[in-house]
Each structure stands twice: as C-alpha cells, then as structure tokens.
Ligand binder design. Structure first.
Ligand code: BTN
Length: 245
C-alpha cells in the first residue's frame, strides 16, 4: 500500500479520483492524496469540508479476493489501524464510534468512507477514503460541536507525514491479516476502543429511528443493542449517536 502515490494540490474528491484509476485497471495499493477537496464526501450523502494543509485527505485502492459481503469489514479494520496509530503518536484516548468514526473528546477526529464496485460474488475494487483532522484550529459553526482536531484538542501541531506513513504501514499489516482471517482478529480491539458500549444510543436507519443500549460488538463486527423491551438486536448499518451528547 502506498507504493504508488498520486499527490494533488486540489481536487474534487480523492474517492472520485481513486475510482477513475480503478476503472482504468490500476493495481491495488494506489494512494490518492489531496491538500484541498472541493467536493469531499462523507457518509449518508454528507459533505466533508477540506480547506487544505491542516488535515489529511486520502483514498486507498484495494482489490481483495473476498466476497462482497466481507467488504464492509474493511472499514473497522482501517478504523482500528487509525486509532492505534493516533494513540501511539498522541497518547490521547482516541476511540471508535461504530461503525466507522474515530473520535476524540466525544467529537469526530477522523471519518472513513468505503465504497465498493462488485459483481454478484466477487469484489472488483474497494476504495477507502480517510479524512483526518490534524492541525485545524477552528471549524465552521455547523460542525463545531461535532468535530475536533488533534491540535484543537491539545494546542499542539502534529506532523501529517508521520501520521500518514504510520497509518499506511499499520493498515497494510492489518489488511494482510484480514485477508487471511477475516474480521475475527480485530473484534477484541473493536470492543476495547468502542465508545458506544454501555451507553444509551439513538439508532437512525433508512426508515426507522429508535433508542437502545449498546451492549457489545458481535463476532462479525455488527453492533449489538438491547431494546427497551429487553430484546437484543443486531445492528448492521446506520447512524448511531450517543444520547445526551
Ligand atoms: C464520514 O465521516 O462521513 C466520512 C468522511 C470521509 C472523508 C474522506 S476525505 C478523503 C476521502 N475523499 C472524500 O471525498 N471523502 C473521504
């Protein structure tokens, strides 16, 4: 991973550029980096604002020989890699808010957007976009309460190159393990870093919204919650927020 790097001063979205390379047959491991993104995308159709230089915006192209059902598990594997690296560099209690936000001080410090192109039983390619808030001092009003950066939290500036190379190295190792053994080896870490377990949460799916208590991460990486009537439910996707945040 990262043997070929495309570095752009400004682009629409690194995910879009990685997709173009993928469609043209580019090999696994390509990393697209941009300083500025004019159409950065987040999950659920949201925007991801990247004014430049203070944050890290990258996309990794992967071509694992796995079933499309396994592909979403790449996201938690990457989240674990990011958390471990950021903890090592900063010493802060950085955690994972299922399914794929990396949080510090209850606010988002890194977001991950995984997109896949697949045929019925085979993945053609997966692109994993990562946005890390490193040295921003302020955020726009609309996201001020939900976003933070390493610098905003600590007052210290961090070296983006060290963070980036650390994450790519760690993810490369974890990705090899994932291809051999699946999500299994990462479940303990996902539990350890989870900021949801034990908390009352609000789950917003496509057609529903309900409250529950997050109780565990299942063997396949899904979130297990206890509903108000005591039933345990497995949450496979959606948006989860902690009540009272
Ligand atoms: C989210 O939290 O909703 C996911 C945010 C993902 C942002 C990254 S920045 C690099 C890559 N390019 C994009 O357009 N989005 C991802």
């Amino acid at each position: 991973i990262g043997r070929k790097i495309v570095y752009l001063e400004s682009t629409t979205s690194t995910n879009d550029i990685a997709k173009e390379y993928a469609e043209k047959g580019e090999k696994e491991g390509l990393v697209v980096i941009a300083e500025v993104q004019t159409k950065g995308r987040g999950r659920m159709g949201r925007r991801w604002i990247t004014p430049g230089r203070d944050s890290i915006s990258i996309t990794i192209l992967l071509r694992p020989e796995i079933s499309p059902y396994m592909a979403p598990s790449i996201t938690p594997v990457l989240a674990v890699s990011v958390v471990e690296m950021l903890r090592e560099i900063t010493g802060f209690e950085i955690g994972i808010k299922w399914p794929n936000d990396v949080v510090l001080d209850r606010k988002k410090v890194c977001g991950i957007l995984t997109e896949m192109s697949a045929e019925i039983d085979v993945v053609k390619y997966i692109i994993v976009g990562i946005g890390i808030n490193v040295n921003q001092e302020t955020f726009d009003n609309e996201i001020e309460n939900i976003a933070t950066s390493l610098r905003k939290y600590s007052g210290k500036k961090y070296d983006r190159k060290a963070i980036l190379s650390g994450i790519l190295n760690r993810f490369e190792r974890n990705y090899e393990l994932f291809k051999k053994e699946g999500i299994g080896p990462f479940i303990e870490d996902l539990k350890k870093y989870s900021v949801l377990i034990g908390k009352k949460v609000l789950i917003s799916g496509i057609n529903e919204e309900y409250e529950a208590e997050a109780i565990d991460i299942d063997d396949d990486g899904a979130l297990l919650v206890r509903l108000e009537n005591g039933d345990v439910k497995k949450v496979l996707s959606g948006d989860v927020s902690i009540k009272g945040f």
